[in-house]
Ligand binder design. Structure first.
Ligand code: PG9
Length: 622
């Protein structure tokens, strides 16, 4: 018989008349040690927000940790991983170990959530004439969670860094009673004054990629394509941020349009500066305001909000923590930062010893081994955490004056000035080119880089104390107080406070002579009299530029020197000032960009100084 005739006739088990795809697939849960729920939680206006809830198997009466994010809740809890602690990212694993239900939610209009997205949507009011904001959305979410997550103890803690720290802050403006504790980490609080978008009016061009990434699509948007790898050249070629935006289709992006139409600190920015809102209606939720001491994105918000609460007498349930971290590093590992090597892991140890016990106090009624001090700030020079009953440590500011011959000291000098030419065609780079905004290791550490890279620039003024014979301890926010004239009618001032290491450092030879920025910022000159109403700088007339620098808790040690540097640009991070007054720098024309000679004054004509929060006993420099 042939093979064909021996073949068995097909029976029913061999033939599919329907579909190989079941009407409803249910994955077996047995092998997972947790259940991943994906729910659409309804808000008061009917909009539903996509929420991922991770509940450990066998959970009963566990607290919930809520993070509200524009960065894809699904990505916070990967699918297809059997162990809950492996499914989540870095620091979240410690909350799993500690017995928490984890909740991640896409904010309105992003990723899986319904509704319309508005960038850092302002609180309900003049700028948001609707009935919802991220305060009501957090409230409605928590209300749903406590009613529906049966394995919980009906207590919620909120956490998150940066944008997610902003969502925590928004929740605090009208907290649900079940919100028992909160930690806004490097929260974006005031985008104009000193967080992501501007610093004192100087625009941060790194955000241009962010605008398209965040607002060109509901999910992950596109980054702006580049011609070349060097962003110093790319942004120089574009001329202005406005031109870059135009070339890349940003006229379709609503937030860019609003931002670029409001370059000054007008009602648009004032109406969404959250420190004012928080202080106007302080919550009773125990809160830890956290940020990094070298936070390259949101260096301003946490401390400013904490100070505003303190001024309202609310320091009791509001704690301030500043760690030796770059942006959001509190949730990663921190064995080192730039040239520093810490004792242990300054993030993981902090989370274990301080952050999680703080949450457990209010969510699990556990008494912490040690009560959290009102203020906890890392002291990078001594390589340890310092605890403070109050902050700032210094009650007065001591001027450290610019002097003749590049000198710096606590004694005002005779009148004089130092001049440099600031050429917009050759702006001082914030990172040596070639540089790319996408280079994460350089971006996260740029605030600590060795300033000797600028030694040969003729458009950077440097002033140095003699070698210190006694320690100078600073605890608080220094102020730049610069008197200068310019041949232009506008201009930016960058002021840096630098620790100059001794020529040799036996323990760490690569630190020999290192010029470490301890605090620096940029100020747009047109705002010297008013942030809301800019004005042209009268050419040739000495003007005062006074602005607060980032907070420090630092010891300039004997053998070191203190240095102050002044320059006009930090390009391409900050857009170039044309140095000619124009109504809106975003749309300056090529012919507006002009060289200017800047003359910084010292001595009696204008005693330029950095005002240092020196702790008294240590005013050692004469
Ligand atoms: N720094 C980022 C950001 C926060 C808020 C608005 C825009 C950007 C972030 O890391 O989320």
């Amino acid at each position: 018989a042939s093979a064909a005739s021996a073949q068995q006739a097909p029976d029913a088990s061999m033939i599919q008349l329907g579909s190989d795809i079941p009407a409803k697939w249910k994955a077996p849960e047995g092998a997972y040690n947790f259940v991943r729920h994906e729910v659409m939680i309804p808000m008061r206006d009917g909009v539903k927000l996509h929420t991922v809830i991770l509940v450990p198997n066998g959970a009963a009466s566990l607290p919930m940790l809520l993070e509200r994010t524009p960065y894809d809740a699904d990505g916070f809890a990967q699918k297809g991983i059997l162990n809950m602690r492996d499914a989540v990212r870095s620091a979240n694993r410690e909350w799993v170990d500690d017995g928490y239900i984890l909740v991640y939610q896409d904010i309105r209009g992003k990723y899986g959530s319904e509704g319309k997205y508005v960038m850092t949507r302002p609180p309900i009011g003049a700028l948001n004439p609707t009935k919802t904001d991220d305060t009501t959305d957090a409230y409605d979410t928590i209300d749903w969670l406590v009613k529906n997550v049966k394995e919980s103890n009906q207590r919620v803690g909120m956490i998150g860094s940066s944008y997610d720290g902003w969502t925590v802050t928004m929740a605090l403006l009208g907290p649900h009673p079940a919100l028992k504790v909160a930690a806004p980490e490097s929260p974006m609080i005031d985008g104009w004054m000193g967080d992501d978008w501007f610093h004192y009016g100087a625009f941060r061009q790194v955000n241009l990629d962010y605008f398209s990434g965040q607002t060109s699509k509901t999910g992950k948007g596109d980054k702006v394509p580049r011609v070349g790898v060097d962003d110093y050249q790319n942004f120089l070629d574009a001329g202005t941020a406005g031109n870059w935006a135009k070339q890349n289709g940003f006229d379709q992006l609503g937030f860019w349009k609003r931002l670029s139409e409001h370059p000054s600190y007008d009602a648009f920015w004032q109406g969404q500066a959250l420190d004012k809102f928080v202080a106007a209606k302080p919550s009773s939720v125990p809160t830890m305001w956290l940020q990094g001491l070298w936070d390259q994105e949101d260096m301003y918000g946490a401390i400013i909000t904490w100070e505003a609460l303190k001024a309202k007498g609310k320091a009791g349930n509001n704690h301030l923590v500043m760690g030796p971290w770059y942006h959001s590093q509190v949730n990663g590992s921190a064995e080192r930062l730039g040239p520093f090597k810490w004792k242990g892991d300054a993030s993981a140890d902090f989370r274990k010893d301080t952050l999680i016990p703080f949450f457990n106090t209010y969510l699990k009624d556990q008494k912490p081994a040690e009560a959290l001090p009102p203020v906890l700030i890392y002291n990078a020079s001594e390589n340890r955490w310092d605890k403070f009953a109050d902050w700032p440590g210094a009650t007065t500011l001591t001027p450290l004056y610019l002097q003749a011959d590049s000198g710096l000291g606590f004694k005002a000098a005779a009148a004089g000035e130092d001049s440099y030419v600031s050429d917009p065609a050759k702006p001082v780079p914030f990172l040596a080119p070639p540089m790319s905004f996408g280079d994460r290791s350089r971006w996260t550490t740029w605030l600590l880089q060795d300033q000797r890279a600028l030694t040969t620039r003729t458009d950077v003024l440097s002033y140095k104390t003699p070698v210190l014979t006694e320690a100078v301890t600073v605890q608080g926010a220094p102020y730049a107080d610069i008197y200068a004239k310019t041949t232009g009618t506008d201009g930016d001032f960058v002021v840096k406070l630098i620790d100059v290491y001794p020529p040799t450092v036996a323990e760490q030879p690569e630190m020999g002579g290192y010029e470490l920025p301890v605090s620096m910022d940029i100020f747009r000159g047109r705002y010297r009299e008013s942030f809301e109403h800019p004005s042209a700088i009268p050419a040739g007339a000495v003007q005062q530029y006074k602005f607060r620098l980032p907070t420090v808790n630092y010891v300039f040690k004997p053998g070191h020197r203190i240095m102050v540097q002044i320059q006009s640009t930090l390009f391409p991070l900050y857009d170039r000032n044309p140095q000619t007054y124009v109504p809106n720098i975003f749309f300056a024309k090529p012919e507006d960009f002009k060289k200017a000679t800047i003359s910084v004054q010292h001595g009696t004509a204008g005693a330029s100084a950095v005002l240092l929060p020196v702790v008294p006993a240590s005013t050692a420099v004469k």
